[in-house]
Design a protein around this ligand. Structure first.
Ligand code: CA
Length: 231
């Protein structure tokens, strides 16, 4: 069966663009022009991914995410305008999985959809990967060993924990708050300085050029993204 994607978007141009591109890539597309219609569709039939515009005429995107999250873990990719950093962070913290900034290309959209589908498949099967490999970096998650271009890299326990959280979310952005909470704990969510220091350490150990990272990427004002193997 073709994976079914629900697009909640009032902009007819974007709907037309996705209607022309997604079905030819093996996806079935459902469309809703506002939040209420989108929620009704999401509740009435199974969908594999939701693409959610943040600027809808009736409901706030965050309200839609909260409602969907009451009954479903379906991946939600937020579509937002360039100047909506604050809203991106809020929606990601509310349970959205990822975001795309408009205007986006179809290649970028398809990559995010693939990442979302892979993650929800792993979730459903309750299966964890034993190895993670991207570019020169290879992580043996069972033995907790990290290699760069075949050479073992020694990470401190906190560096390793940060890396594994990013690996678990590989391909999608993780907000500063989410990372601080998962690595250091709920009382550390405002300690952004910790995160910056440890990201710098990881980049120094893993990147060819830590000043121009190729794997551990910054999403300015939002969080960090580890490049996924399929990107
Ligand atoms: Ca809109």
């Amino acid at each position: 069966m073709k994976p079914r994607i629900l697009l909640i978007e009032d902009d007819v141009h974007i709907r037309r663009f996705l209607r022309a591109s997604l079905p030819t890539q093996g996806y079935e597309l459902l469309e809703a022009a506002d939040g209420r219609e989108g929620l009704a569709l999401a509740a009435s039939q199974p969908v594999e991914v939701i693409l959610l515009d943040l600027g809808l005429p009736d409901l706030e995107g965050i309200e839609i995410i909260r409602q969907v999250r009451q009954w479903s873990r379906v991946p939600i990719i937020v579509l937002s305008a360039r100047d909506q950093e604050r809203e991106k962070v809020v929606t990601l913290d509310a349970g959205a999985d990822d975001y795309l900034t408009k205007p986006f290309g179809v290649g970028e959209l398809l990559a995010r959809i693939r990442v979302a589908l892979r993650r929800s498949l792993q979730d459903r099967e309750g299966r964890a990967e034993t190895f993670f490999e991207v570019g020169k970096i290879r992580v043996d998650l069972e033995k907790r060993r990290v290699f760069r271009a075949g050479e073992e890299v020694h990470l401190t326990p906190t560096e390793y924990k940060l890396l594994t959280v990013l690996i678990r979310h590989a391909g999608k952005v993780v907000t500063h708050r989410q990372l601080l909470k998962e690595v250091w704990g709920p009382s550390f969510v405002d300690q952004g300085a910790y995160l910056r220091i440890f990201v710098r350490h990881l980049r120094r150990k893993l990147e060819d050029n830590p000043a121009r990272p190729a794997f551990l990427l910054t999403d300015p004002g939002v969080g960090y993204r580890l490049r996924a193997p399929e990107e």
